[in-house]
Structure formats: structure tokens, C-alpha cells
Design a protein around this ligand. Structure first.
Ligand code: O2Y
Ligand code: MN
Length: 603
């Protein structure tokens, strides 16, 4: 066993790390992934044979599969996600903290023998183009073949990564186990996991990640949230760059001028839809670089350049339709893995919102005949499509550029039925950082589907900031000193979800969001003085400079979309002030000053 894997690993650091891990987890076999298409097919075939993957009808979804997870393992678990640093303060009040020594002891017990009866897969991967100055190499040791197939889609994975790593120790050590050893020839289940013992730990000292007990998404595909946000944001703070929960798009105007925007939205605010927007305005075009994560660094000209470190989309299926995101539907016509969606009787997939009427004889996400009258969804609300970025029909030509693209605007969004106008431009960099820090979004509470809860989610990074969030605010405030104030992107806030007094959405959204992007585009040009009105909370569009052509929007709708109501904003400021108090001494005074300025101006 030893010889076959070790002959493929020349790097002495990697070799001794794997050896040590084998001694701990005691897998039956070790397999080093090459990342080839043939290998993917072989592993997928094994998953099909064992019943863990179901091949879809190739005439409907070519070379694609359906996975059904254990019903207890369906999403990221924030409560069990830890950042481990000696000082609790370095982790801050928004993260779960654990002492590294305590956590290491706990993990060594959990991982002890956890891969008995299983194969350990060694998955070398690179986040960002291998030749990029942004590139971060990781190696995930996992006992989940589903994770291997997903990592092949979501990252640049395989032997070239080991070649690039050479003999250096410069890689992120990622350890993952589903936490269900197979003892004495025990038969495997369709989706092994161990939710009771779930833990996902990130260490400041050696930047390693240990994930135990889940096979799902962000818990298990460690290149995504764990490496590219939690670990990368911590590295970025120390090295003078940013790792953000942002999509990246290229926007071209009718004169063929192109600009790039990055936008941060909390989960479930339509980020993937915006990333692949199909414009309703003639001559305007949006092209996609990424839908979830952006790494931003200063170029030698002082501008911020962004790359998407990922190689695929792991998008929420429900709500994706020909109206909301036709490009995502095209992207997942082939070479895709669907997880927890419903199955049609002709071997295709279905989810709520895909079509108005569900097809007959659906099999639900748990593999049972779906009975509509029971009132439960056919697809799990967090069901996913995993597809290669390269299949996106509106992929930007620079999507794989090692240097990245220059960012002209940063957009913060959220889901709010009142208070926040359709679009706002910050008055300064400091005010923009305040806008990011004060972000919040409506979520439906897990208990009562109807209860709306407003969750503060600074920069949409609440679950993903790998260190003290107040220090993260300070890092953002310091960017003008690291780069060049003049060349920094402008900062905007958007809210597609404002409602009228009857509870009806005021804005059509989706393809019409291009109108907001148009205004933002024009505001990043030199000639923009007349196109906005200053308010205490930012610039809002002047009516004559906001494109409403072809829209049935009344004057009162326009007013309601953009109105800044002092009473609502004073409440908002009050809520933000209360929230900021959790950060104690780490909180940057510059943001308190900004808050006080707004409060004074509103009164
Ligand atoms: O539930 C999960 O494991 C996935 S969470 C996720 C996946 C893709 C993009 N964004 C998110 C998120 O929660 O922000
Ligand atoms: Mn996300």
C-alpha cells in the first residue's frame, strides 16, 4: 500500500504529513488523485455502483449525477465551525473559539482510526490559476469519493499542483473525514456522515483545517469556504490583501466600455443570479468571473485587482429558473453533480421554482415518491448544482487571468423590505467601510418559516471571517494606506427587495438589475456630479439619471424605492450601534465617528 502512494509524492513535507495522517486515521487504502477526467469517471462509476450517485438521463443532463445526502447533513453548520488561536481575542465575538491544544486533542481522538475500511484520497488542489501571484495550494486528505469528484469541479485539482508545489512546504493542510469508519467488513451507507460529532476547525498557527463528520458542501469541500475565505482572510490581513465573499462581474456599456465590479451579498440574496445576469437593457452586457469568492490585491498601479479562486459553481438550485437565471440553467446541462434535488420520471432533475408546475411522479430529495399535498418541498431548500465555471455561457474572457481584473466598484447588498434604498453610493471610503460593517439581511427563522429576522452580517463575511471581525474592519479602513486612495474602487449598497405598504416588491429585479449597474457604472466615470443627490446615508440617483425606460414604474414607486426615511434610518443606526458594541476595544473609532456623523445629520 505504502509504495504505490508514496511513489507519487516526491515532496518530503507532503510525504511525512501524509504518513503521519495515515498512522492516525488508518485507512485501508491510499490513493493520490491525478485530477484526470478518466479518474473522475472511475470514481463516479464506483459511487454509482455503491448507490451513492445516480446517473441522470444523458439526453436530459449529459454526463451528470444526482447525490442524495443523509437528511441530517444538508448544509454548513456554523455552530460547529471553529477558529483556533491561543488568544480568544484574535478570533473575536462573531466566531466560535477553541484553544488550539484543546482542539488538537479532541481532533486526534476523533480522527483516530476514523478511516478504517475506507480509502484515503489525497487531493492536491490550487485556488486561483496555478500561475497567478494569488495562487494558494492546498492538499485535502479525505475519505469521501463524493468530495473528490466535487473538488475536481470546484478547484484546479491534480498532479500539476504537486509539480508546482515542488519541494516546498507552502501548502494548506486540509484534513477531512466523514467520521464513519467501516469496521469488520461493515457495509457502507449511501451518504456516510457523523452529524453528532461534527466539527470544522481552522488553526491560526499552521493554517491547517480539520473537518469531521459531514460530507456536505462548505463543511467538506475545504477549498471553498475554509481555505478561500476563513484561512485566506486571515492570511490576507497579515499580507495586505483581501479575501472576500464576493461575486465578480464584467459590465460592458453600449459604447463597449467595460468595467469590473465585485459584490458581497449574504447567502440567499441572489448572488449567483447577479453574477450571470441577462440584461434587459439593449447594449448592456454582464459577464461572469465568479459567483461567490473574490481575492483582491493591489496592482503596481495602485488599483485593486480581483480573481475568483474557484473553478466551479456550487449554486443553490431552488429558485433557479429561465426567468431568474437562464445562464445557470445552461451551465448545468452537462458534467454536473446535483445534490438533494428532486428526480423526474425521465431521469432529469427538478426543484421548486424551476417550472411553475411540478412534473408528475417526482421523486423527492430523499428518494421517496413526492406527494405535493404533504406540503414539503421536493428538492431540499439548500440543494445544489456543482458545475464547472467553464460551462457558464456568459463567462468573462478574463475569468482565468492570473493577474485578475481591475475593480471599479464594490457593491454591498442585502434583503431588506424597508429602510435601504435600491442603490446608495458611499460618501467616502470610510463611509463605504461603514456600509459594509453595518450590513444586515432578512432571513426566515428556522423555527417559524414566516418569522422574519434581521441578521447583521458585516461584509457578508459573518460565517467566513477567519479572525476578529473588528480587526477585519480595521484592515478595510487601512486599505487606502496600503494602496492608493485615488485608485480605490467606489463603494455602493443595493437592495432589490424593498416593498411597498401592501407588501409588494417595488423593483422587478433579475435582468432589470442592470439598470442599477448602469447607474453604478456611470457613477464611476468622471462626469457624474449631477447624477446623484447627497443624503446623510449616501448618494441616491437623481431621477433623470436613472434609466427607467420601458419599465412601468410610477413616480410614487420611484420615490418609495429611493426614499431615505429619517425615522427608519435612526432605528437602523441604533441597531447598528448596538451590534457594534459586541466588538469592544477592537472596534475601530473611525467607524464610531462615521456612525455619529450619520446620526447627527439625520436628526
Ligand atoms: O450549505 C453549504 O454547505 C453551502 S453554503 C454556500 C455554498 C456556495 C456558495 N455560498 C454558500 C454560502 O453559504 O454563502
Ligand atoms: Mn457564499
Amino acid at each position: 500500500m505504502e509504495e504505490s502512494w508514496s511513489s507519487k509524492i516526491v515532496n518530503p513535507y507532503v510525504k511525512s504529513w501524509i504518513t503521519e495522517f495515515i498512522n492516525l486515521a488508518t485507512p485501508d487504502n491510499v490513493y493520490v488523485c491525478s485530477g484526470s477526467n478518466e479518474e473522475y469517471d472511475q470514481i463516479a462509476s464506483k459511487l454509482v455502483a455503491s448507490g451513492s450517485l445516480l446517473p441522470l438521463n444523458p439526453e436530459k443532463k449529459f454526463h451528470s449525477f444526482l447525490a442524495r445526502s443523509d437528511a441530517r447533513d444538508v448544509a454548513r453548520v456554523e455552530k460547529k465551525t471553529f477558529i483556533c488561536a491561543v488568544n480568544k481575542e484574535d478570533v473575536g465575538p462573531t466566531n466560535n473559539w477553541e484553544d488550539p491544544e484543546v482542539m488538537r486533542l479532541k481532533l486526534s481522538n476523533l480522527f483516530n482510526g476514523c478511516m478504517k475500511g475506507r480509502t484515503l484520497y489525497v487531493v492536491p488542489f490550487c485556488m486561483a490559476n496555478l500561475k497567478s501571484p494569488f495562487a494558494l495550494i492546498g492538499i485535502e486528505l479525505t475519505d469521501s469519493p463524493y468530495v473528490v469528484c466535487s473538488m475536481k469541479i470546484m478547484t484546479r485539482m491534480g498532479s500539476e499542483v504537486l509539480d508546482e508545489l515542488g519541494e516546498t512546504n507552502n501548502f494548506i493542510k486540509c484534513h477531512h473525514s466523514v467520521g464513519q469508519p467501516l469496521l469488520n467488513g461493515q457495509k457502507d451507507v449511501q451518504w456516510p456522515c457523523n452529524p453528532e460529532k461534527l466539527v470544522i476547525a481552522h488553526f491560526h498557527d499552521d493554517l491547517s483545517i480539520w473537518s469531521y463528520g459531514s460530507g456536505y458542501g462548505g463543511n467538506a469541500l475545504l477549498g471553498k469556504k475554509s481555505v478561500s475565505l476563513r484561512i485566506a482572510s486571515y492570511k490576507a490581513k497579515n499580507e495586505g490583501w483581501l479575501a472576500e465573499h464576493m461575486l465578480i462581474i464584467g459590465v460592458t456599456n453600449p459604447e463597449k466600455k467595460k468595467k469590473y465590479f465585485a459584490a458581497a451579498f449574504p447567502s440567499a440574496c441572489g448572488k449567483t443570479n447577479l453574477a450571470m445576469l441577462k440584461s434587459t437593457l439593449p447594449g448592456w452586457k454582464v459577464e461572469c468571473i465568479g459567483d461567490d469568492i473574490a481575492w483582491l490585491r493591489f496592482g503596481s498601479n495602485g488599483k485593486l485587482y480581483a480573481v475568483n479562486p474557484e473553478y466551479g459553481f456550487f449554486g443553490v438550485a431552488p429558485g433557479t429558473s429561465a426567468k431568474t437565471n437562464p445562464n445557470a440553467l445552461k451551465a448545468c446541462e452537462k458534467n454536473s453533480i446535483f445534490t438533494n434535488v428532486a428526480l423526474t420520471n425521465d431521469g432529469d432533475v427538478w426543484w421548486e421554482g424551476l417550472t411553475e408546475c411540478p412534473p408528475a411522479n417526482l421523486i423527492d430529495w430523499q428518494g421517496n415518491l413526492w406527494i405535493k399535498e404533504k406540503g414539503l418541498p421536493a428538492a431540499h431548500p439548500n440543494s445544489r448544482f456543482t458545475v464547472p465555471l467553464s460551462q457558464c455561457p456568459v463567462l468573462d474572457p478574463l475569468w482565468d487571468s492570473p493577474e485578475g481584473v481591475p475593480i471599479s466598484a464594490i457593491i454591498f447588498g442585502g434583503r431588506r423590505k424597508d429602510t435601504i434604498p435600491l442603490v446608495l453610493e458611499s460618501l467616502s471610503w470610510r463611509h463605504g467601510v461603514f456600509m459594509g460593517a453595518g450590513m444586515s439581511s432578512e432571513t426566515t427563522s428556522a423555527v417559524e418559516d414566516v418569522d422574519v429576522v434581521i441578521r447583521h452580517d458585516p461584509f457578508a463575511m459573518l460565517p467566513f471571517c477567519g479572525y476578529n471581525m473588528a480587526d477585519y474592519f480595521r484592515h478595510w479602513l487601512a486599505l487606502p494606506d496600503i494602496g492608493n486612495d485615488v485608485n480605490l474602487p467606489k463603494i455602493f449598497g443595493v437592495n432589490w427587495f424593498r416593498k411597498d405598504n401592501q407588501g409588494k416588491y417595488l423593483w422587478p429585479g433579475f435582468g432589470d438589475n442592470i439598470r442599477v449597474l448602469e447607474w453604478i457604472f456611470n457613477r464611476t466615470e468622471e462626469f457624474s456630479e449631477k447624477s446623484a443627490i447627497r443624503t446623510p446615508v449616501g448618494f441616491v440617483p437623481s431621477r433623470d439619471f436613472f434609466n427607467l425606460s420601458g419599465l412601468q414604474l410610477t413616480n410614487s414607486d420611484f420615490k418609495a424605492l429611493f426614499e431615505i426615511k429619517s425615522n427608519e434610518w435612526l432605528d437602523e443606526i441604533h441597531s447598528i450601534k448596538n451590534y457594534f458594541e459586541i466588538f469592544g476595544e477592537h472596534f475601530p473609532p473611525a467607524l464610531s465617528k462615521e456612525l455619529n456623523r450619520i446620526e447627527l445629520e439625520l436628526k
